[in-house]
Design a protein around this ligand. Sequence first.
Ligand SMILES: O=C(O)CCC(=O)C(=O)O
Length: 303
Amino acid sequence: MAMSEMLREITKEEINQFHRDGAVMLRGIMGKDWTEVLDEGLEYANNHPDGMSAGVSEPLRIDQWPASHSPKLKQILDESPLAQIVGSVLDAPVRFYMDQMFYKPAGLIAPSAWHQDTCYYNVEGHQLVRAWICADPTPRNISMEVVRGSHLWNATYRPPVGMDPNDDPDGARKLEEEFAAGKVLIGKEAHDHWTYFDSFLDPGLPELPEIDAHRDSFEILGWDYEPGDVLLFHGNILHSALGGVELDHPRRSHASLWAGPDVTYLRRRSQAIPDPIRLYDFNPKDGQHLEEFPEVFPLVWAP
Ligand SMILES: O=C(O)CCC(=O)C(=O)O
């Protein structure tokens, strides 16, 4: 498979920004021809909902692993410079973990709530990097925001989705027992039918700070985005997207999650997204590195 190159080198300052701030907007780094591929890939995914799209519907449609059935999105993962971009910033080999689509149709653009990414997944590590790209020009008022430096707070917050354990105490108790017994909370069958809302909130984790209510208390970074740019952000960083603006075109983004060598499996009580489907066959244990499962997480790029 031919992987196309980044359009330019990433500067030392940009690499420092990523590690210091937890995010960096890399301007004009991906060829414009990828925007067409992305556009087609996202439209295909939007028109072919799967069992994990159910319940998370417009005006904010979120799909899990859309590249597993959208050929053009798969092409982006396999052939675009995304893996090289992430690996160059980490200066390390990278493996693909998962991807998501955020499809916001024309009209009133929905916001995406503040959250961290890693608390949803059974993984842990500092080398978890999100590569966020958009098929549409995305001004700052509908684009991503991050709380600068929050990737270094050493805090894992409660994902803001899921059922309140008080609404189903028996179900929640059963789940706690299963977790204590070492069970993976979301099974392989979830790939056929699952939404975030099927999980129970984890009361053991602190609630997210009320960032929008106290915006002046946080250092918030945001950017205008143009197709061809790539926003990288750290898996632990607090981030969101602004909304509430009328647009005459959709705002369609794709976010892929990449892992460097320090990333390990960690069964989480706050898991809200299934494990990658092929990983279930290997019965992973906490602390195992993703590279121990090369059939599931093949090396995509190395320095
Ligand atoms: O594109 C968006 O609105 C949200 C993206 C996001 O939250 C993510 O990539 O984790």
